[in-house]
Design a protein around this ligand. Structure first.
Ligand code: BMA
Length: 322
C-alpha cells in the first residue's frame, strides 16, 4: 500500500500535504545536512529510494534507502558506487536530483551528473545493490532527465531540460527518443517556460519535469516544477500537465494554477529558501490514489497526496496552452 492520508475536511486543494512532513529531515543520520529531491519506487513488498544526500562537504551524492511503508526510511550512510562504468568521468563526480524508472525488467536511475558539467547520468539496476553505469544521455549542460515507464512506438523516451553550468535563468522541457537507451535523438520541445501573462507567470523563468510520467486514460500525467524569479531569488512550485499517450511530445493540457507552492516553514526556509521540487510519485490504480514525493527548500523530503481522477479533471478544466 502506498502512503496515504485522506484530504482534511478543511482543505479544498487538489493536492494536500502529509500531516507529519517532512518525512526525512536534516540530520536523518549523523552528518546528513540535507536529504531532498529524491526518488522512490515500490520494490517487492517494500519501497526503495535513491536519495540526494548532502553531508558536511555539501557535495551531493546518491544513496540507497529502503522502507516498509514509504514514510519511514532507512538510508545508507555511504553513497553507492558503480559496479561497472562505460563512461569516462572525473573520479569525484557530483550527483543530484535522481529519478527512478521501472522499465522492461530493470530499474533505471537518471540524475544530474557532474560529467564535465551537469548532464543526465544513467544507471541500470535489478536489485538496488549493484548499479551499472550507462553512457550519459546528453551533452552538458542538461538537468531533470525523466524517462517514460514504457516504450511508445518502438522507442524509449526521456524528458530533459537543457541548461547552463550555473543556476540557469531559463529552461524549457524537451523530449528525446532512443532505440536502446544509449543513443538519444529526435529532440523536440514539449513545454516552454511561462511568460508575463496570467496563468503562466509563476513558471516564467524555467520549467523541469518532475516524477516519471503517470499513464492515465486522458494522457501522460506530468508533474513538473515551475520557477519564477523574484526580488529574493528563484521560487520553485509544482504544476501539472497532460501529454498525448501515443505522441508524448504533444502537450494537450497544462494547468494554469500551480498545485503546490512554498508555504510551510520547511518549504520556505532551508539551504535554498522557497523550493518545492517533486521527483517521484506513487500511483495506485486500484483506488486512484497518488502520493507525491518532493524536496523542500533543498533540505528535507516531503510527501503530498492527490486523487488521480480529480487531479486530471482539474488540469483539463483549468488548462492554458501557449
Ligand atoms: C536546481 C537544482 C535543484 C535545486 C534547485 C533549487 O538548479 O540544484 O536540485 O532544488 O536548483 O535550489
Amino acid at each position: 500500500m502506498i502512503p496515504w492520508q485522506p484530504r482534511p475536511q478543511s482543505c479544498e486543494e487538489i493536492v494536500w500535504r502529509h500531516d507529519a512532513n517532512p518525512i526525512i529531515k536534516r540530520g536523518h543520520f549523523p552528518g546528513a545536512l540535507g536529504i531532498f529531491n529524491s526518488a522512490v519506487v515500490p520494490f517487492g513488498d517494500r519501497f526503495v529510494g535513491v536519495f540526494r544526500v548532502e553531508k558536511k562537504r555539501r557535495f551531493p551524492r546518491l544513496h540507497v534507502g529502503f522502507s516498509n511503508d514509504g514514510l519511514q526510511w532507512d538510508i545508507e550512510e555511504q553513497p553507492f558506487e558503480f559496479a561497472s562504468d562505460v563512461t569516462t568521468r572525473p573520479r569525484n563526480e557530483y550527483a543530484y536530483d535522481p529519478r527512478v524508472c521501472q522499465l522492461d525488467d530493470a530499474h533505471y536511475v537518471t540524475w544530474c551528473a557532474g560529467h564535465n558539467g551537469p548532464t543526465i547520468g544513467m544507471a541500470r539496476t535489478n536489485d538496488f545493490r549493484t548499479f551499472h553505469r550507462l553512457e550519459s544521455a546528453f551533452l552538458p549542460f542538461n538537468r531533470n532527465g525523466v524517462l517514460f515507464p514504457r516504450k511508445i512506438g518502438n522507442f524509449y523516451w526521456m524528458l530533459s531540460r537543457p541548461s547552463d553550468d550555473g543556476h540557469t535563468p531559463f529552461g524549457d522541457i524537451y523530449i528525446s527518443r532512443s532505440p536502446d537507451l544509449e543513443h538519444w535523438g529526435g529532440h523536440r520541445p514539449v513545454m516552454k517556460r511561462g511568460g508575463l501573462e496570467e496563468g503562466i507567470w509563476w513558471q516564467v523563468t524555467k520549467v523541469g519535469a518532475g516524477p516519471i510520467p503517470i499513464e492515465t486514460s486522458e494522457g501522460w500525467l506530468l508533474l513538473y516544477h515551475g520557477v519564477m524569479d523574484t526580488c529574493n531569488g528563484f521560487e520553485y512550485s509544482m504544476g501539472a500537465a497532460l501529454l498525448d499517450l501515443d505522441e508524448p511530445w504533444r502537450l494537450t493540457h497544462r494547468k494554469a494554477e500551480l498545485l503546490l507552492s512554498p508555504q510551510e516553514d520547511y518549504e520556505i526556509n532551508g539551504h535554498v529558501d522557497n523550493v518545492v521540487f517533486p521527483c517521484a510519485a506513487l500511483a495506485d490504480d486500484s483506488n486512484g490514489r497518488l502520493a507525491i514525493y518532493y524536496g523542500a527548500a533543498d533540505t528535507s523530503t516531503c510527501v503530498a497526496y492527490a486523487d488521480l481522477a480529480a487531479l486530471v479533471d482539474a488540469i483539463k478544466s483549468d488548462s492554458v496552452l501557449f
